[in-house]
Design a protein around this ligand. Structure first.
Ligand SMILES: Nc1ncnc2c1ncn2[C@@H]1O[C@H](COP(=O)(O)OP(=O)(O)O)[C@@H](O)[C@H]1O
Ligand SMILES: [Mg+2]
Length: 264
């Protein structure tokens, strides 16, 4: 669905993403792992239009999308989750969902001038969709709560919910499990799986929790020092000595198996 070809991003003389060629298969939940500073977030930023690549190409279903802006990619169904911005913290959970469609397409409600009735219908449909999303995410009881009062995990769920208000087909999740407690992490994982299986979402997710990666992702791509170090199933990756070395350094590699603690 998405492919990169020799994608490179330099910051001054430093190469954060170094000639990366990867594919995100349609219908997959592709995992992206690697040590801190490996270039994972930068790769996301370059694919999702937040940063321009220094060189190389990005394709969406064989069409070049290199260098398109985030909102142009959004219109093509490619979406990166965004943290709940500060200014939305005082809006309710439901309002945070309801504002997504207009907010993301950059459309103004200029047509209010023409057709109030239509706007009312759209708003009703939008509200219904938001309530369905809340139910899906087991957040219905928090619909009228201010977003700022949610726990870290509930905010992550709301972020996922915001992707569900769009008709996105590819969603990029950067450390969606970070700081989320085990119980909520389960809900987040279930939501990702269901969106993948029932609504055909393709995901590419950066994640540090190898248990979560093993549970959800196939394939898993390992990035180290800006380059693709390995790609395979979670089991392949766990057994890959080069990967273990990348995380732990050469000396430790022989003695400490990857993922023993569930955490990479
Ligand atoms: N805007 C930037 N300017 C300069 N260096 C950056 C910038 N963004 C990231 N980097 C550097 O690029 C490298 C990769 O960063 P990042 O993509 O955030 O890694 P990861 O997400 O894998 O932890 C790091 O060394 C980081 O310091
Ligand atoms: Mg990162």
């Amino acid at each position: 669905m998405i492919a990169t070809q020799n994608l490179t991003k330099k910051f001054g003389g430093f190469t954060a993403v170094d000639s990366v060629s990867v594919e995100i298969r349609k219908g997959s939940i592709t995992g992206l792992i690697g040590p801190n500073g490996a270039g994972k977030t930068t790769l996301f930023n370059v694919i999702s239009g937040a940063l321009r690549p220094t060189s190389g190409q990005v394709f969406l279903e064989d069409f070049p999308i290199t260098g398109l802006a985030g909102h142009e990619l959004f219109a093509k169904g490619l979406l990166r989750t965004f943290q709940i911005a500060h200014e939305f913290a005082s809006l309710t959970v439901r309002e945070n969902l309801m504002m997504v469609p207009a907010n993301q397409t950059g459309e103004f409600l200029w047509s209010t001038w023409f057709n109030r009735r239509r706007i009312a219908d759209e708003e009703r449909a939008n509200r219904e969709r938001a309530d369905n999303v809340l139910e899906f995410l087991t957040l219905s009881h928090l619909a009228d709560e201010r977003a700022g009062n949610l726990s870290g995990g509930q905010k992550k769920l709301l972020e996922l919910g915001r992707t569900m208000m769009t008709d996105a087909s590819v969603v990029f999740l950067d450390e969606v499990g970070a700081g989320v407690n085990r119980t909520l992490l389960k809900t987040v994982a279930e939501a990702i799986l269901r969106l993948n299986q029932e609504q055909n979402y393709t995901f590419c997710m950066i994640e540090h929790d190898f248990e979560l990666i093993s549970e959800l992702c196939d394939p898993v791509i390992v990035l180290a020092e800006g380059k693709v170090l390995a790609e395979g199933t979670a089991a392949d990756i766990r057994a890959n000595e080069q990967v273990i070395e990348a995380y732990l350094g050469r000396k430790a590699a022989k003695s400490i198996p990857l993922g023993q603690s569930g955490d990479v």
